[in-house]
Design a protein around this ligand. Sequence first.
Ligand code: CA
Length: 235
Amino acid sequence: MKHQPRVLIVEDEPAIAELVAVNLRHNGFQPTWAEDGEAAQRELDAVLPDVILLDWMLPGQSGVTLARKWRADARTRAVPILMLTARGDEPDKVAGLDAGADDYITKPFSTQEMLARIRAVLRRRAPEQVTDSVAIGDLQLDGATYRVTFKGQLLKIGPTEFKLLHYFMKHAERVHSRSQLLDKVWGDHVFIEERTVDVHVKRLREALGAAGVMIETVRGAGYRLTAQPLATAAA
Ligand code: CA
């Protein structure tokens, strides 16, 4: 039987949760529902889902707080998080992405949009797509063990940043536009804004620490990874 991806829905409004769950079930997913952060944590402790649909506005701990917490936890770090937000404004979306969400969906959303976004994060996550190893200077990425090190030091890195870094390292020194990166790294960017790339590049730089300067912004063109950054790590 085909693997049915598990989706943990964290949503306090039963009507929305039920509608989402029904649609997911009809489309080959296994949804479970948690109405708040505590219930969600119990679910996560029991079985890891393939993706988390996380409402922004929840009683108790907010979606952003939960996203931050699950990203910091080794057990849940690699599980993609899709943030559900009722608000459309940009600062909230960026705050959600900053907290560790992989993407966001603005309510109200169609079933088709939700499914497309879930499939996109699942495709993106698939670490089995990256199985080779690549090294640029002191920066090393091992696809088989899903590890990134700089000068031998292990770095904490999220799933999207891992794929992004792999692409940058495989095509070092070349400049990539935001839309090229969406194409190559995200694969399905119908619903993803170019701004999302900037957020993930920012997170990647933070994750790389001293090696973050290797990711250069090329004004008006995009980004590149270089072995000889213009800025120095000391700056
Ligand atoms: Ca809510």
